[in-house]
Structures are given as structure tokens and as C-alpha cells.
Design a protein around this ligand. Structure first.
Ligand SMILES: NC(=O)c1ccc[n+]([C@@H]2O[C@H](COP(=O)([O-])OP(=O)(O)OC[C@H]3O[C@@H](n4cnc5c(N)ncnc54)[C@H](OP(=O)(O)O)[C@@H]3O)[C@@H](O)[C@H]2O)c1
Length: 289
């Protein structure tokens, strides 16, 4: 594994470049990714501070809340900075029991695009990911139909670029026969590395790989080895986890989620850390598979 991939930016598409450290907005809700956050003022402050610290890539979805996260983004940041890239996703909706059923019919996808446009206050969405599988595992199935619907909406000018989430390499290939794909958003972090090969294949094609749960998700990563590495570099375990991802491959874009200003600052500062080879080796041994 190389340790030299420290370019601060990545070109998502011909006319679209983002800083590799972005922000994932899912945490800006109440418990269970439902309803408004307990402290909306801090949520707005987090979004504004992210931009002030150089973040120009925010990951969201209208099904966070639902609607509340996009509405907060609009409230905090609209009119948006020119270089801000908001990436959203469709393919699920929320049940009244706070569940996340898939929503991949033509009507579901079309309605989700219009919900995102309305709640974000945009006429065109920069990037939309089609979220296919559940969080646990991608599903082996054809995505030609739902991706075709999304590609049509792109042709109508409602979306600039397309991505995929919770997918397999075969699903990427199938989608690419329909329309270009600029990013993959799958579950990946220091210990969850089932997508190592997929990530490298995306890098070879110049496609961004945007790991969700970069810090481990709802229960952030914890291990004595991670703590030891952090102590050695006078950093925090979460900064080590993020720096490892940045050094793992130049096509990785980070979208760590936080509702805390202090954590936001800590996470963005991880971009300045350099992990020496001995630390990388130690961290590589933490993979679960
Ligand atoms: N495509 C999909 O299916 C999918 C699924 C899940 C998530 N996502 C996207 O991926 C983004 C990131 O995922 P995520 O937020 O679920 O997980 P994550 O980034 O791996 O971890 C977030 C958790 O880590 C905590 N945290 C953040 N920074 C920290 C720090 N410096 N020190 C200690 N704890 C820290 C947060 O709590 P605090 O709020 O207390 O900081 C939160 O509990 C989401 O925002 C969302 O946009 C996509």
C-alpha cells in the first residue's frame, strides 16, 4: 500500500473537483436518523464551520429526518458557495416506524429527486447516488431499471452526475452501460475492508470511492492498537482512522459524520496527518477479514 496519496483534492468529473475531506450530514437529526436534531443551532453551526474550514463536499439525502437534514443544509448554507458540491441519494424512503424500505420504482425515484430539489432549494442536483442494497450487504440483482430512470432524469437536466451506493462491481459495470458513474459510496473503513478490490478497481477508472461509516458508523471504531497509533502521533483514534483512508488510495473521499463542532474540527485536521509505514502496517492488521 502506498503512503504517498496526499493530494488534497479529487476530480469527480471534468468540471467538478472537491477537497478530499468532506462532511456527511446524516447525524444532523434526532435519534434513529429521525426528526430534527436536539440542538438545531449547533447543527447549523457545524454546517457553516465545515464550509469555513474548506469543506466543499457534503453528503446528504432527503430520507435523513426525513427532509430535516436537507432543510437544515438549505437554512445554513443557501445561497450556496459556488464550489460546494452537494451529493444526495435516492433509493430508500422512511417508514413511520423509522425503517428504511427500498424505494426504487420510477415514481419513487422521481419523487425523491423532486423532494431533494425542493428541500435543498436547487434547480439541479450536482450528484445523485442510487442507493441499491441495504447497509449491511449489497444485493446481487440487476439495477438497469432504476438506474435507467435516474439517467433519464439526468437527461432532463435535473441531475448533473450519477453515483451508486451499496453496490457490487457487476452493478457498476451494468450502470456504466447506461450512463457514466462518478462515485461509489459503500461501507468501508479500517476494519471493514470487503471492498478492497472494488476500491482499487474504481481508482483504476478514476471513479471516486466514498466510504460510508468511515469512523465505524453508529459505534465509532475502538481498539487498543488504534489508540496506541494515535498516542504515538499525538492524534486521536478517529484522526488516525481518517488519515489511514486518505493514504489508502487517492480516489477516497471522506464524509465523516458528526453533530459536534469539536469533532468536525478534529476530523478535518486529520488531513494534515501523515502515517509512517510502520503505523500503516499495524493498522492494516486490524481488518476483520
Ligand atoms: N449510503 C448509505 O447507505 C449510507 C449509510 C450510512 C451513512 N451514509 C453517509 O455516510 C456519512 C458518514 O457515516 P456516519 O455518520 O453514519 O458514520 P461515521 O462517519 O463512521 O461515524 C459517525 C459517528 O462517529 C462519531 N464521531 C464523529 N467524529 C468523531 C470524533 N472526531 N471523535 C469521536 N467520535 C466522532 C459521531 O458522533 P458525534 O455526532 O458525537 O460526533 C457519530 O456517532 C453519513 O453522514 C451519511 O452521509 C451513507
Amino acid at each position: 500500500m502506498s503512503t504517498t496519496h496526499l493530494s488534497p483534492t479529487f476530480q469527480l468529473a471534468g468540471n467538478l473537483s472537491v477537497n478530499r475531506v468532506g462532511y456527511g450530514a446524516m447525524k444532523l437529526t434526532g435519534p434513529g436518523v429521525w426528526g430534527p436534531p436536539s440542538n438545531p443551532e449547533e447543527a447549523i453551526a457545524v454546517l457553516r464551520e465545515a464550509i469555513a474550514l474548506g469543506v466543499n463536499h457534503i453528503d446528504t439525502s432527503d430520507f435523513y429526518g426525513p427532509h430535516t437534514v436537507n432543510q437544515l443544509i438549505r437554512q445554513a448554507l443557501h445561497p450556496y458557495p459556488k464550489d460546494l458540491v452537494i451529493v444526495t441519494k435516492v433509493g430508500a424512503r422512511r417508514g413511520p416506524d423509522r425503517s428504511w424500505p427500498r424505494a426504487l420504482s420510477k415514481d419513487d425515484i422521481t419523487a425523491a429527486i423532486y423532494d431533494n430539489l425542493r428541500n435543498l432549494g436547487l434547480e439541479t442536483l450536482d450528484v445523485v447516488n442510487l442507493r441499491v442494497g441495504a447497509v449491511e450487504e449489497p444485493l446481487q440483482e440487476s439495477i438497469a431499471e432504476p438506474f435507467g430512470v435516474l439517467a433519464d432524469l439526468r437527461s432532463q437536466g435535473l441531475v448533473r452526475h450519477l453515483g451508486l451506493s451499496n453496490v457490487t462491481p457487476a452493478q457498476l459495470t451494468e450502470a456504466q452501460s447506461i450512463a457514466p458513474v462518478v462515485c461509489i459510496q459503500n461501507h468501508y473503513n479500517l476494519v471493514h475492508r470487503a471492498d478492497d478490490g472494488f476500491l482499487d478497481a474504481c481508482a483504476a477508472q478514476g471513479i471516486a470511492f466514498v466510504p460510508f461509516f468511515p469512523l465505524g458508523g453508529f459505534q465509532p471504531l475502538q481498539s487498543s492498537a488504534l489508540q496506541e497509533c494515535a498516542d504515538q502521533l499525538a492524534a486521536t483514534p478517529m484522526q488516525i482512522a481518517l488519515a489511514w483512508l486518505l493514504q489508502r488510495s487517492p480516489n477516497i473521499l471522506l464524509i465523516p459524520g458528526t453533530s459536534s463542532l469539536a469533532h468536525l474540527k478534529e476530523n478535518i485536521a486529520a488531513a494534515t496527518l501523515h502515517l509512517p509505514p510502520a503505523i500503516i502496517d499495524k493498522l492494516n492488521n486490524l481488518a476483520h477479514q
